[in-house]
Design a protein around this ligand. Structure first.
Ligand code: ADP
Ligand code: MG
Length: 624
């Protein structure tokens, strides 16, 4: 009987291999991005059309290929990354199988342009279904641009199995996130159907996470660091109260490679034990570094699962490092304040005609100043605040705290019960020198709290939250009375946004202008700023607007949603002095004074307690 075994022709073998390597457009994205990284690129651009079904293009500024290599790169098992089997245990590149380009070229139309730095001209190759249709010399920048068109054009069954554009794009973005997270030292951008979806510059890891997932992420992250002989960990876990209903933001990278590991995931979950609401999943962005010799990444064709030599040890280290971080950052579930919608925008007076308050405030007035015999109560202060008709006398302030004495517990006080009103039109902070240092009664603790003596004991004020409250009310007032004071920029500042982002800015444009922003030249993707509110430093402008956009994007618009409120909150958050910032005496006092001139001094705009009181009687009890 005749022999029946034949070697499959290359293009058939490639098509079969493609079935493993290329499951969907996102697999192509992954392979092309990884090749660009392996080529040492520092700037990588990904262009997608119709969720990758018609076009996936990756443009890099890496080392490029010679003409011969460009041609060879499409051969199966053609790789520059390993030479022998031993190299598999010393892998420092993403790819090594030499299969990706061959597989992709077997099932799509591929156009490659590439040039090496020392060459004047580069190579262009067009290849369709494994057949090279042209190879030319071209003028092209150093690096590689590869376009993959009409994926699965020759395998209709596979093409029909692709999911909707929304689903396929989701997979692509997932892949983009993974690659961009693993390489914060590379700049990535993603364009989808002609508009920019992401553009993340080189940055540190935290900033990269924030750039990809929105500015709101920043406050959710708790750093995890560990350095042992077998395992180095660095990255972040999300605070438990921000745990998600879906399992989206969970990333392990081992030696810069995204991996999935149910076992290591379990290590994290067990570190979170008792901290999560049921049905929620913690976020994590963790980089693990191990000796490449102790892992085998070759057990899965799409390489997201790897085998560790000593999984148990890694589990234990990872769990304890995470637990330690959560403990150290004193993470406990936050109270869920029930919000009263009627209180949401106390200053939303837009529909009513508003009278601009013309009141000046005695900035040196210090409610906590203890009257000395030479200074008759309310006397000297009264004179310098001539037009301030409602200036509270020290007596008022004393009476303010009478109630506290009788309560005698560490508590937050409901200041709304107290009939005390104060208006302050000055919107700059710390711009005037305070003259009250001689009788200062504040003290800053750990660059975090301001301690202030009061008659019944002391106040402990959270500086960041207090300042947020102050700025929040300032901004709300500016927006509603349209009185924000603007400072002109020396040079107009041009900012770039995606179209969706700019739509948000446009939506808020009027309110922003009321705070003091001056815009010009709004196009579809950029805007020019010529003036900003006086209290906004130039260096903060883009951060503030980015924060604002992401806050609007992340906020689920519900019945309580008010753009004005959100804008004021977002700007207050961006500009408030941070925990860790050391404050001068006059700054401390300014915060204390301004806080208690607020309408709702006891909570931050996010409804967190801004200060507590500790009574002398409580202290007394401790000394019994
Ligand atoms: P692998 O990445 O596993 O080596 P690929 O099929 O993805 O296999 O790529 C084959 C070869 O083509 C690579 O080893 C590399 O030498 C070259 N190559 C692919 N993409 C690029 C690129 N963007 N820049 C430079 N060289 C590339
Ligand atoms: Mg590759």
């Amino acid at each position: 009987m005749a022999d029946i075994i034949q070697l499959l022709p290359d293009h058939v073998a490639n098509q079969i291999a493609a079935g493993e390597v290329v499951q969907r457009p996102a697999s192509v994205v992954k392979e092309l991005l990884e090749n660009a990284i392996d080529a040492g690129a520092t700037v990588i651009k990904l262009i997608i059309k119709e969720a990758g079904k018609t076009l996936i293009q990756v443009i890099d500024n890496g080392k490029g290929m010679s003409g011969t290599d460009a041609r060879l790169s499409f051969e199966r098992h053609a790789t520059s990354k390993i030479r022998n089997a031993e190299d598999l245990f010393q892998l420092h590149t993403k790819g090594f199988r030499g299969e990706a380009l061959a597989s992709i070229a077997a099932i799509a139309h591929v156009e490659l342009k590439t040039k090496q730095e020392h060459d004047d001209v580069g190579t262009a190759i067009v290849i369709e279904g494994s057949k090279v249709t042209s190879q030319d010399v071209v003028v092209t920048p150093t690096g590689t641009a590869i376009a993959v068109k009409n994926l699965f054009f020759n395998i209709p069954a596979r093409r029909n199995f692709l999911k909707s554009n929304t689903v396929e794009l989701r997979h692509i973005i997932d892949e983009f996130h993974r690659v961009a997270l693993a390489h914060p030292n590379i700049s990535f951008s993603l364009y989808n159907n002609g508009s920019e979806s992401f553009n993340v510059p080189v940055s540190n890891y935290r900033q990269r996470i924030v750039n990809l997932f929105g500015a709101k992420t920043n406050e959710k992250l708790v750093p995890v660091e560990e350095d042992t002989e077998v395992l180095k960990i660095s990255g972040f876990v999300g605070k438990p109260e921000f745990a998600k209903k879906t399992r989206g933001e969970q990333y392990f990278f081992v030696n810069n490679r995204f991996i999935k590991s149910a076992y290591l995931n379990h290590a994290i979950l067990s570190a979170f034990e008792g901290l999560l609401k049921s049905g929620t999943h913690p976020s994590y962005f963790l980089n693990l570094w191990v000796d490449p010799q102790t892992i085998d990444i070759n057990i899965h064709p799409t390489k997201t699962e790897i085998k560790f030599d000593d999984e148990h040890t890694l589990y234990a280290i990872l769990r304890s490092a995470t637990k330690h971080s959560l403990g150290q950052f004193n993470i406990a579930p936050v109270l869920d304040f029930e919000r009263d919608a009627t209180l949401d925008t106390p200053y939303d007076l837009k529909s009513t005609s508003t009278e601009v308050p013309k009141i000046e405030v005695d900035r040196s007035f210090n409610p906590f100043e203890i009257a000395t015999p030479s200074q008759p109560t309310g006397g000297s202060r009264g004179t310098s605040s001539a037009s301030y008709t409602k200036a509270p006398s020290t007596d008022h302030w004393d009476s303010l705290y009478v109630g506290l004495e009788s309560k005698g517990t560490m508590s937050q006080t409901d200041f709304s019960e107290v009939t005390f009103e104060s208006e302050d039109t000055v919107s700059t902070l710390f711009d005037e020198t305070d003259t009250s240092e001689a009788t200062s009664s504040t003290y800053q603790l750990h660059n975090k709290y301001i301690i202030s003596a009061i008659k019944s004991g002391m106040l402990v004020i959270d500086q960041h939250r207090a300042h947020q409250r102050i700025l929040y009310e300032d901004f709300l007032r500016d927006i509603t009375v349209k009185e924000g004071v603007s400072q002109q920029l020396l040079f107009p500042l041009e900012l770039h946004f995606s179209q969706q982002e700019l739509d948000i800015v446009k939506q808020l444009q009027q309110d922003l202008e009321h705070t003091g922003f001056v815009f010009s030249n709004l196009t579809d993707t950029s805007l020019e700023i010529t003036g900003v509110p006086v209290m906004v430093p130039e260096s903060e402008i883009s951060i503030i607007l980015e924060q604002l956009v992401s806050d609007v994007q992340n906020e689920v618009p519900d019945a309580n949603f008010s753009a004005t409120d959100l804008l004021a909150k977002s700007m207050a958050k961006s500009l408030a002095i941070k925990t860790g910032q050391s404050l001068q005496k006059d700054e401390q006092e300014h915060i204390v004074n301004k806080l208690f001139a607020c309408k709702e001094p006891n909570v931050s705009p996010a409804n967190r307690v801004t200060f507590i009181t500790v009574g002398v009687d409580e202290l007394d009890k401790k000394f019994i």
